[in-house]
Design a protein. Structure first.
Length: 128
């Protein structure tokens, strides 16, 4: 069964250069150069060799190329082993593979801590 999130809606080709902001609802793969911000409710994939000068906002961000700008993800940011990010990261989760270059600040979005589903016998005694 094919997952809905895995479909690609927009591709910026290897020899393409986009000057200006891109806003879309679906997933995007960048293999060329973008001078501008990219904002989507979907997944952004920046392939090795791609260059983005601008802010990235999306659900999940998979960076394999070069990004100069801040990145914001409601889910996860993955910096691949040959990626280079010069900017701040704000995400619920971040993965930095060995070899990735990252210069900036990281802000992990706070999530509420789940309450334990099973009570320990000792916890009732200790916390009365």
């Amino acid at each position: 069964m094919k997952r809905k999130d895995s479909s690609i809606n927009t591709i910026i080709g290897e020899n393409a250069t986009v000057n200006g902001d891109i806003k879309l609802a679906g997933n995007i793969v960048v293999n060329g150069k973008v001078n501008g911000d990219i904002e989507t409710k979907g997944i952004i994939r920046v392939l090795q060799g791609a260059v983005i000068i601008g802010k990235l906002v999306g659900k999940d961000l998979h960076i394999g190329g070069q990004v100069e700008g801040n990145v914001i993800a409601s889910g996860k940011v993955v910096l691949g082993d040959r990626s280079m990010l010069h900017g701040d990261v704000k995400a619920a989760q971040i993965v930095i593979e060995e070899g990735a270059k990252f210069e900036g600040k990281c802000d992990m979005q706070n999530r509420p801590v789940a309450k334990p589903s099973v009570k320990s016998e000792n916890s009732e005694v200790l916390f009365k």
